[in-house]
Design a protein around this ligand. Structure first.
Ligand SMILES: [Zn+2]
Length: 123
């Protein structure tokens, strides 16, 4: 599914920049959650009472789930941004990312170069 509506509204370059910021925010979230998992497991002790151990294990489990989701979001967002960036250079004049959306479907976008007017399809 292509983000044609957002690219049409923001322009490709601004959309791409926002995707990279969002993707790396997820990456930092994943790193922080992975550190939290390690820290919680480090504090786990069998000398502590059972409820405290369960709370620690539950916290580590939740932080692990959030870390998995965050790394998945990071790879999904940055991969899509890179895939579209690879197709965003005008083959006629070589300008990168300066196009106007002229048609959109769920699987492809028809775009027109703002510099030379060449049209191509991004799928
Ligand atoms: Zn062009």
């Amino acid at each position: 599914m292509l983000p044609a509506a957002n690219i049409g509204k923001l322009g490709f370059r601004r959309w791409h920049e926002r995707q990279l910021v969002e993707g790396h925010a997820w990456f930092v979230t994943g790193i922080l959650c992975a550190v939290a998992v390690a820290a919680l497991l480090e504090t786990l002790s069998f000398h502590n009472p059972l409820p405290q151990r369960l709370l620690t294990l539950g916290g580590a489990f939740v932080a692990g789930l959030v870390a998995c989701y965050a790394f998945n979001a990071y790879f999904r967002i940055t991969t899509r941004a890179q895939r579209l960036a690879d197709r965003s250079t005008c083959k006629q004049c070589g300008v990168y990312g300066r196009y106007t959306l002229v048609a959109a479907s769920s699987e492809s976008m028809g775009v027109r170069c703002r510099k030379c007017g060449a049209e191509w399809t991004i799928a």
